[in-house]
Design a protein around this ligand. Sequence first.
Ligand code: GAL
Length: 739
Amino acid sequence: MRKIFILTSLTAALFLKAAAQEIPIENGWQFARGDSSQWASPAYNDLKWQHIEVNKPWEEQGYPNYDGFGWYRLHFMLPSSIKEKAFLKDSIRINLGIVDDNDEVYLNGKLIGEYGGMGGDIKTSKYGPRSYTIAANNPAILWDKENVLAVRIFDTGGAGGLYGDKHSISMLSLIDNVTINTDGDFYFEENEGISKTIYLSTRSNYVYKGKLNFKVTDPETNTDMREATTDVVFTAGKPFNYPFTIDKLPKRSYKLSYIFTEERSHDIMVKTESTPYVLTPYPGAKPRINGADVYGARPGNPFLYMIPATGRKPMSYSAAGLPDGLKLDSRTGIITGVVAQKGEYPVVFTVHNSAGTKTKKFTIKIGDVIGLTPALGWNSWNAFGLTVNDQKARVAAKTMTDKLAAHGWNYINIDDGWEAPQRTASGEIIPNQKFPDMKGLTGYVHSLGLKMGIYSSPGPRTCGGYLGSWQHEDQDAKTYGDWGIDYLKYDWCSYSEVTNPSPTLADYKKPYQVMRTSLDKIPRDIMFSFCQYGMGDVWKWGAEVGGNSWRSTGDIEDTWKSMSTIGFNQVADGPYAQPGHFNDPDMLVVGKVGWGDNQRNSRLSPDEQYTHISLWSLLSSPLLIGCDMGKLDRFTLGLLTNDEVIAIDQDALGKEARQAIKTDNYQVWIKDLEDGGKAVGVFNTSDKYQTITLQLKDNELGGYTKIRNVWEQKYIITSGTNYTTKVAPHGVVLVKLSK
Ligand code: GAL
């Protein structure tokens, strides 16, 4: 029988095979917390163990906050017919889905594979998709009999266990050793066509031959617009490169399919992806002042604000009405100083270049509240995980200056992984070798007009196993102040170990109150970002405890499931957003992400990425870019530099959008804006094109007759009291309505 393997762009490692050669191992797992060598044995009686599902972490199945050892066991039959029907009969592959973090796998009591360490050392921690291949004649396998698979897992923190999409046992086929690599960038040609090179590769010495079929499909009509077939040959070290160019198409996404048919086995592997398209217009030569209309700082503390402006360089900056104590550098647009007096200071910024002059009214509010609009910046975690270092932070800062700061982006935040293993003799926290000079790095970031963020935990250890601030809060706040830190992300993590096992509301607040008090002793404006995943309905008390933002969810991943589940569930917390205090549905997963040493393109499709940025902006979320800034491609830049989209996020009213309509296929979210307008996101949550109509009568949108497509920065001509638009699968149309 022919086998078909499909790799989709959404889940790059997803294999679908014809059922006959594959044994699903999705159901019937038993689970126990703890650790015992007897649990590997097939003879062990696990009947009293708890039933567990392998499509979600153990935290979601009755083991909240559990880290450490856990065992999964499964009894299953392995029919030899799968071997007989296979083209290659020599190996079987066991797909375990995602393992979080490390594992040892026993088949009928024999160790057949292990990955990552069991000692809790975060550096050897190997969270991720896992599969093991063993010889079909391995005596551990009991063909046509009951087998027992036992998986010992060690979770170092956060979500734990077995989860993900695909749990199966199959015969290894010729095509299992083939990769269709689509990681390269798309290039946008001058004539607006796009080009890319993909390649077929293998680590096997077998010489693969076959055909590669390439198709461009219109996802709306499902018609193939272009098709080509090529003979291919590749082997280890000699990949087959397939460059292609697609001529200019209307601005939307098209589906690309790469279909490889192996000549001898007739096995097929399919990989699909969607084409990127850029809606954001290039900024013109004339000056334009971007970013929020308001900025808050505390009296007596160092002030730093860079006027974000696009336009032909060089530009000169001036400001009328600056409060006493501030000065503006007319070449860079950077305002520094200290303001002693509380008050609201109306200012007029002017930016001038050879193409013209632009002014903008702006308000500087010197008072108790900072972070009046959500933070715009970069955080190292989604890109580099624990491998962040000084160099990577500098690249992010330089890139932000060159490409993003003109649109209002300004924070460079180092997440977990910067801390040394030991404090100094006097108890001071110090950075590890990856950050040889934290103060120097902060100075560099400030010299660019940007701000610097850092990360810690109220517990003894961070989620990554590094030192936390427990019982050193005053000392750490002082150190951050000495370095010049402007932002602290404070992550609950191991605080569970030092608080009540069933925390009360007071227990949830406590560590944040303690650090708030410590930060208040420091003569700096330090944004305080709570990270405790929404526990105790943090949105209800985050502002009162002095948080500028608080995570309302667990960690985001670069999948539609993760991003859409998080984004479209920000309902209960919505009403609590206000200037200075925002919900944080976690950092962005656009661009090249990877949480470690290897970065890859976000697995969100281009339309899903438009949805992500639009929805987060409607939610008044901190926008923290989570990608390798050194590898920003044109599509990602377009996503991050649309001033009208950013203006929705940065709107001074500080309200969050509400879910106005929710159907099985689409949702409409509406955000009130400072100027009386409404930002409206029309989201297609289905996987087919939808035509969606917004009523502009007899509802809160009545009388709003001016409609502007925000991504394209164009007014839309409509007549009557309806606005009808086509929305791509998982995509969005974001409009601004005014009267
Ligand atoms: C998680 C947190 C992530 C990241 C990580 C660092 O708890 O949600 O955003 O900070 O810890 O270890």
